[in-house]
Design a protein around this ligand. Structure first.
Ligand SMILES: NC(=O)c1ccc[n+]([C@@H]2O[C@H](COP(=O)([O-])OP(=O)(O)OC[C@H]3O[C@@H](n4cnc5c(N)ncnc54)[C@H](OP(=O)(O)O)[C@@H]3O)[C@@H](O)[C@H]2O)c1
Length: 207
């Protein structure tokens, strides 16, 4: 490992560390998670990033220069199950099974996409969920946990819930891209099963 390489502690209790690669997979990584992808690559990781817009992906990959790590763009629509599976399989064949998968999928538009990923991975699976997924932190999050672990009981499943920021004077705003990338980066260093970035409480105070 290069002296610049990733030394984050990533607790993945069920995983044999001896078999893990330096490969991270970020699905939906070229928007609000772009800063996270660059951060990981700057720390020596090979970061496979899935999104549709090839030019945007290539601009993102170009932000990592001279580092020990890199961003590898995978331009594919995750709603196209065959193409998505093919791209993931190629990424894994090339760089090894990802140690961490960070998944930001617009579930209503691609309800099966998350389940295409699960048979192909092991290690930690960070599932990012929008604020509306479960403002009361209860039913929907538990349901996701059950469904994901039924599909792959070997992965170390973690949830990250995007919240909002309360401001003085009963005002609030949504999180910025920078806050989301930084919040996910911080979550990767913890063993928390659920991390909320910002707050979702009270839900009535959302912007
Ligand atoms: N609670 C909150 O505060 C909160 C929650 C959500 C979002 N936001 C904010 O709202 C903004 C917009 O959010 P967003 O949902 O558009 O997220 P985004 O992360 O900016 O964009 C979605 C990501 O997923 C990719 N993607 C989307 N559909 C895809 C598909 N079918 N196949 C493959 N990749 C796909 C996009 O790339 P391509 O378009 O190139 O495919 C992009 O990389 C964000 O920038 C964020 O700051 C805030």
């Amino acid at each position: 490992m290069s002296e610049h390489a990733e030394t984050l502690e990533i607790p993945c209790a069920k995983v044999d560390w001896g078999t893990l690669s330096h490969h991270d997979l970020v699905i939906g990584g070229s928007g609000m998670l772009a800063g996270l992808c660059v951060h990981l690559a700057d720390r020596g990781r090979t970061v496979s990033v899935v999104a549709r817009d090839r030019a945007k992906l290539e601009r993102l990959a170009a932000r990592v220069q001279d580092g020990p790590g890199r961003i590898v763009p995978w331009s594919v629509d995750y709603a196209d199950a065959t193409a998505f599976r093919r791209a993931l399989t190629e990424a894994i064949n090339r760089y090894g099974a990802p140690c961490r998968t960070i998944c930001w999928i617009h579930e209503p538009r691609a309800p099966n996409a998350t389940f295409e990923v699960l048979p192909l991975i092991h290690g930690a699976f960070w599932h990012i969920l929008g604020s509306g997924a479960d403002p009361e932190h209860s039913v929907a999050l538990a349901r996701w946990r059950r469904r994901i672990q039924q599909a792959n009981s070997e992965i170390d499943y973690r949830q990250i819930l995007l919240g909002f920021v309360k401001l003085p004077g009963n005002r609030s705003r949504w999180l910025s891209n920078r806050e989301i990338s930084a919040g996910v980066g911080a979550a990767l260093r913890t063993s928390a099963r659920l991390t909320t970035i910002g707050t979702t409480q009270p839900w009535s105070a959302r912007p």
